[in-house]
Design a protein around this ligand. Sequence first.
Ligand SMILES: Nc1nc2c(c(=O)[nH]1)N[C@H]1C(S)=C(S)[C@@H](COP(=O)(O)O)O[C@H]1N2
Ligand SMILES: [Mo]
Length: 255
Amino acid sequence: MNPEHPEAREAPPEHPEDREPERGAPIGRRILLGTLGLGALGVVSAPVLQRGLEGFLGEAAQKDPTGLTGLLPNGGGFRYYSVTSSVPRKNAKNYRLTVGGLVDKQASYTLADLRALPQTRMVEDVQCVTGWRVPDTPFEGVRLSALLDAAGVRSSAGAVRFTCFDGAYTESLTLEQARRADVLVALRMQDKDISHNHGGPVRLYVAPMYFYKSAKWLSGIEVTEKVEPGYWEERGYDIDAWVGRSNGRDDEPTT
Ligand SMILES: Nc1nc2c(c(=O)[nH]1)N[C@H]1C(S)=C(S)[C@@H](COP(=O)(O)O)O[C@H]1N2
Ligand SMILES: [Mo]
């Protein structure tokens, strides 16, 4: 009924140097892990193979309490999605998140600024509209509502538009949705700083909606008058993307 969004692609290797040094981890271990991550990429070549590998990694992860397999591309049941073939890397030095549009006070946050604000942690299932699902995934970050309140949203505003430093992806929420307590400007995912491939250093996290709402590589928050359809929404997906109640899905009530 819906076109399967086809932009799942092979994840680029995570650069070990993008990671903040694991405090206390011996240097040798870090180098070993980085090498392993790159080596494993050669194995992930076809989608079918990839699915097999994900199954393997799922099992391996359970047997590996060190979390070593978490460094492998597409580990932990996630697929890598990007509508662009490459995305610049941002870190604590050059990352900025701007808040503008119909607000009284525009703002530009560094990563340190965002880390200094109160953090909210949530554990919910991640659900992609194409069917894959990752249960009980922790996300942590600043409530979007806190950034909107700090900016002072004008009375003419009705929606929020999100832009990304991949230069292509966009998303939108109504102001009411954006103010929900389960919508975060996320800095952490799976209890780690968000990696580049997962949209780090900062991604949007819209817990009650399909994962395409959770824009990766978030760089701009613009308060607008009306909802402007995002990247996938211009291509036929629902703007109001409630899990189980959108995109042709109408789950049975669970009562
Ligand atoms: N900037 C950007 N954000 C994005 C996407 C994308 O292609 N670009 N894909 C979306 C989709 S369809 C999904 S399922 C999730 C995938 O997140 P992951 O790569 O961390 O698994 O990111 C969402 N956010
Ligand atoms: Mo998705």
